[in-house]
Design a protein around this ligand. Structure first.
Ligand code: EPU
Length: 424
């Protein structure tokens, strides 16, 4: 039997939420440890299911690691890839977590060979990896597909290159960066993704001895080196977790102090739009206070690569706009199927009309509790948010989606006076 969450509606968020390290930074950082035979120490690693999946993949490959829990919200992991004996990411693991593709670049760069299962589609879209493969080929790798696996080899080593992404891709940019750090000569990546998690990866790689510049801009330059060494790095805070709890304050007309990072820098597109919707952001020491206006105003927003509005906050934002005083529009430009939460929000009394990748949200006075089920990570949290504002009780099924990417939500909500209950 899968776990469920029961949420009594009409609760008000009021308190402090310590923001954990970013899932989407921790995953590439863990993969990057394959690039050196020396010990890498990663701090502020969030205790999440996806992190455990990446560690089990690295374990299969032969990476030794030791994990120490520092608090309910953060761990330190020491990893050493000096006994790597398998260059394979099996279908069994990749089907659980698509970010497993992140071992492609490091394995190829350091060992000259890897087999990575082709990820299939998933709930939010088709999610091809063609740009990752084109990038590896541009670096001189030979790539073939057989029995559902990508087989990439570079018997003569990778060679620096100039590569322009036809569209920005986050993990594609990360894979290319990790492959190019050990290539012979200079690589220039154009139209690269600019997300803070990419900047964090580049910072860690540079601590390991890589020579990367331009990270955070659309052009990244990488001067290849022959080897990388030990390093100690703390994972950047999770801007998506921060944005999610900001919306929790907004939708309950409450207040939250998000602690642990410079969220203004990490969430520019989000803060601009949410200010328009009626959220009030104030700088506090080591964080940001978020309060809500009495009424939520309707807004139009479109998801875009960083620094634009993050697709990973689209579902949660939609929950908020369901109770706005008027009609809002959301255009989802990154994932073609990321409106799975709409049908569930509708069961809670929301009035939303979807046409392709456009959702028109007609604000309602009141959401109503209902039994609902989670379809993907971010969609699940949008239902939690709607449930907090709703009248009555909501039971959310398939909570495992939440646990992939949100750390200890009952405990974090308890820190801001909100009770949610998990049961089987
Ligand atoms: N794309 C291609 N070909 C490729 C790669 C991407 O066509 O080879 C397309 C995708 O189909 C999509 C767009 O490019 O339309 C952008 O995809 P991107 O590659 O940037 O996404 P990703 O790297 O697979 C990461 C995050 C996602 C987040 C997206 C967009 C990680 C581990 N995952 O995915 O996070 O939505 O960037 O910001 O970093 C989540 O955490 O809930 C999540 C889904």
């Amino acid at each position: 039997m899968t776990e469920k969450i029961r949420i009594q509606g009409k609760q008000i968020v009021d308190g402090v939420v310590p923001i954990s390290g970013a899932k989407n930074a921790a995953l590439p950082l863990l993969a990057a440890t394959l690039l050196s035979s020396e010990k890498i120490v990663l701090r502020n690693v969030p205790p999440l299911q996806d992190v455990r999946t990446m560690l089990s993949l690295l374990d299969d490959i032969g990476v030794r690691f030791h994990l120490k829990s520092d608090s309910p919200y953060a761990s330190t992991v020491e990893l050493q890839a000096d006994t790597v004996n398998d260059f394979r990411a099996s279908y069994d693991i990749v089907k659980r977590m698509r970010a497993s593709i992140l071992v492609l670049g490091p394995l190829l760069a350091r060992f000259g060979e890897c087999y990575v299962s082709l990820p299939g589609g998933c709930a939010i879209g088709v999610r091809p990896v063609d740009l990752h493969l084109q990038g590896m080929e541009a670096l001189g790798a030979t790539v073939s597909l057989k029995d559902g696996y990508i087989h990439a080899t570079s018997s003569k080593g990778l060679k620096g290159t100039e590569f322009e992404f036809p569209q920005p891709t986050v993990t594609g940019t990360e894979n290319m960066m990790m492959a190019a750090v050990l290539a012979d000569g200079k690589t220039i990546l154009k139209n690269a993704a600019r997300e803070p998690e990419i900047v964090d990866l580049a910072k860690c790689l540079n601590k390991m001895g890589a020579r990367i510049t331009g990270h955070g801009s659309a052009t990244i330059e990488i001067d290849g080196v022959t080897r990388l060494h030990s390093a100690d790095h703390a994972v950047v805070p999770d801007r998506i977790e921060a944005g999610t709890y900001a919306i929790a304050a907004g939708i309950t007309h409450g207040r939250v102090d998000l602690k642990g990072g410079n969220f203004r820098e990490l969430l520019p597109g989000f803060i601009e739009k949410m200010t328009e919707a009626g959220l009030i952001f104030t700088d506090i020491e080591n964080g940001l206070r978020v309060e809500s206006a009495e009424k939520i105003s309707p807004v139009d927003l479109e998801t875009a690569p960083f620094p634009g509005y993050p697709t990973d906050l689209q579902a949660q934002s939609m929950a908020l706009l369901c109770i706005a005083s008027g009609t809002s529009n959301i255009y989802e430009h990154i994932w073609e199927n990321r409106f799975m939460h709409v049908a569930e929000l509708a069961r809670m009394g929301a009035n939303i009309k979807v046409t392709g990748t456009h959702a028109c949200i007609y604000g309602v006075d009141q959401l109503l509790g209902a039994p609902v089920y989670a379809t993907d990570l971010r969609a699940s949290f949008s239902l939690v948010l709607a449930a907090l504002a709703a009248e009555g009780t909501t039971v959310l099924d398939r909570v495992y989606h939440l646990d992939r990417g949100y750390c200890k939500i009952e405990k974090k909500f308890a820190e801001c006076s909100v009770k949610i209950e998990r049961f089987k």
